[in-house]
Design a protein around this ligand. Structure first.
Ligand code: ACO
Length: 333
């Protein structure tokens, strides 16, 4: 379908949100039976208590479609109203076609264009910024933004240093021209100098899947945890400060900070570095672990559902991920 002609809009804002996590819950106690770890170690080092893991044959598009249906219901829209789907994911169902096309078909968004966007854990904010440009220029009116990953399919379940950290999930937001409020500012960044710190080496064009890559476990996620930790703290804090300055919003005016839900200690260090009150920070990583591209989307949706964000509130999203990439966004609800 071709783009509709829409009026240029001053701002884009979120008209509806939804999220979905798979049924299966994997607790720290369950992990104790799989690798040499303990509930106590995981809780104190990360804050995570449990995570949801996709079932056999359950792909990223399945989780995303359910999150999208919930966002459509929240926005009181029909799938036909969607002009574009941007699926932020690093774990599409398959290399091609795009995950966004599977979502488009599953929800029946017959008037939508669709593409994927890869920015790891910063994917949701990157996709919101991309969607914002389409809405503000009038190229599209209603853009469905998804952040979703089934990262469990790239986890080595014998590697205790990574398997305790992640979970699966999907979050969805519908971006439309905003009558009031909406996105006030955003900051995106990258530093490819650190590509080695967090990566899945095999299964792409550089190292296609082969019996050797499987034997060497090269298709699993590998991470230098402590280095990522330090860079995440600095990257998120700087991005948030920059986005606030760009929006002309003081940190005292912010009602709720939604950080990437990777690790409670990273979040604590970010807010300490920023001098931001802890009680204004939304955290749900204890229930879901690090859901990668979905993390900020799920947290935003839950914060709204729990009444932590109300109309006119100024909020900030802050993300960070493999690449390295980072992003922050200031919004008025
Ligand atoms: N259970 C028990 N012991 C463990 C476990 C585990 N699951 N994992 C590691 N250990 C051990 C290590 O082997 C090490 O033992 P040693 O001292 O005998 O060598 C010890 O615990 C300490 O290991 P560290 O890596 O120093 O532990 P640290 O305090 O740094 O915590 C962690 C590790 C949780 C991974 C932390 O570094 C972290 O959170 N890093 C950031 C990870 C992250 O957020 N990544 C994603 C960001 S981007 C994205 O989301 C894609």
């Amino acid at each position: 379908m071709t783009a509709k002609s829409n009026p240029v809009s001053a701002r884009a804002g979120i008209a509806g949100l939804g999220f979905y996590v798979p049924q299966r819950v994997l607790s720290n106690r369950d992990l104790e039976k799989m690798v040499e770890t303990s509930d106590e170690w995981i809780r104190t080092r990360t804050g995570i208590v449990e995570r949801h893991i996709a079932g056999q044959g359950e792909g990223t598009s399945d989780l995303s479609a359910e999150a999208a249906r919930r966002a459509l219901a929240d926005a009181r829209m029909k799938a036909e109203d969607i002009d574009l789907i941007i699926a932020a994911t690093t774990t599409p169902d398959m290399p091609l076609p795009s995950c966004a096309c599977f979502i488009q078909e599953k929800i029946g968004a017959k008037n939508a264009a669709a593409f994927d966007l890869g920015a790891a854990c910063a994917g949701f904010v990157y996709a919101l910024v991309a969607a914002e440009q389409f809405v503000k220029t009038g190229f599209y009116r209603n853009v469905l933004v998804i952040g979703a990953d089934v990262i469990s399919s790239f986890i080595d379940w014998t590697d205790r240093s990574t398997c305790v950290l992640f979970g699966d999930g999907a979050g969805a937001a519908i971006l439309t021209p905003a009558g009031s409020g909406g996105i006030l500012s955003s900051v995106l960044g990258s530093d490819g100098h650190y590509t080695d710190l967090l990566k899945i080496s095999a299964g792409g064009s550089k190292m296609p899947a082969s019996p050797e890559t499987v034997t060497h476990k090269d298709h699993y996620l590998k991470m230098s945890g402590s280095e990522v930790f330090k860079l995440a703290v600095r990257g998120m804090a700087e991005a948030v400060n920059e986005a606030l300055e760009k929006a002309g919003v003081k940190k005292e005016e912010v009602k709720c900070l939604i950080p990437h839900q990777a690790n409670q200690r990273i979040i604590d260090a970010v807010v300490e570095r920023m001098g931001f009150p802890k009680e204004k920070v939304f955290v749900n990583l204890q229930k879901y672990g690090n859901t990668s591209s979905a993390s900020c989307a799920i947290a935003l949706c839950e914060a709204v559902q729990e009444g932590k964000i109300k109309k006119k509130d100024k909020i900030v999203l802050a993300t960070f991920g493999s690449g390295l990439v980072w992003g922050a966004m200031v919004m008025e609800w």
